[in-house]
Design a protein around this ligand. Sequence first.
Ligand code: PGA
Length: 252
Amino acid sequence: MNMRKNIVAGNWKMNTTVPEGVKLASEVNEALKGVTPKCDVVIGVPFTHLTAVKAVIDSEKLGLSAENCADKVKGAYTGEVSAAMVASTGANYVILGHSERRAYYHETVEILAEKVKLALENGLKVIFCIGEVLEEREANKQNEVVAAQLASVFGLTAEEFANIILAYEPVWAIGTGKTATDDQAEEIHAFIRSLIAEKYGEQVAEDTTILYGGSCKPSNAKALFAKPNVDGGLIGGASLDAESFMGIVTAF
Ligand code: PGA
């Protein structure tokens, strides 16, 4: 039996105040009432919003994600938010390894391995982002880049790895309006799945959800999601508007 899930997840990034976020979450929640999407739907929101958003959504229909968590358990780490804290809000997911965190906050393969471990220990599913920058794509190095980034999750047991959702996000496509073509996405998603098969076997590879992210919108989601190895999307800009986000959800 194929266990692979389709997922459309929003990544709000550092956008919206708490009242604005509660309004947006309520709109998405409302829009989901009348429909049975062919995918799981998740919204990734700032730490400050988690508790308030959790209170206004139907958790049966809409999953809740943080956008980060600390690489330490607890204690004297001023300003950090632990995986246990995230889980205590009722959130079920955390986005880790986003290219913005790698680039601006110097998150390394090793730091991310720690974050992944703590997230899983606290019962969170991890949406783990990988992807190359433009120069790497131009040098045709995308395969080796994603292979190296996967080291953060390839130390897990197969049982732990079942709680990992991968998101391939070419950095050159994030927020740029420049999407990978559906063939480009399919090619690298298939390669990523082959790496999982090498590491954990065919069945685990078949069961792993691999999302595409980077300027995904209602107009291109259908073609991307039609590809056999593209199991949904991680949506930035287009997740900040309930209607466009729902346009992607219903693209399946
Ligand atoms: P974008 O962002 O959809 O705005 O390109 C995607 C992401 O960074 O997750």
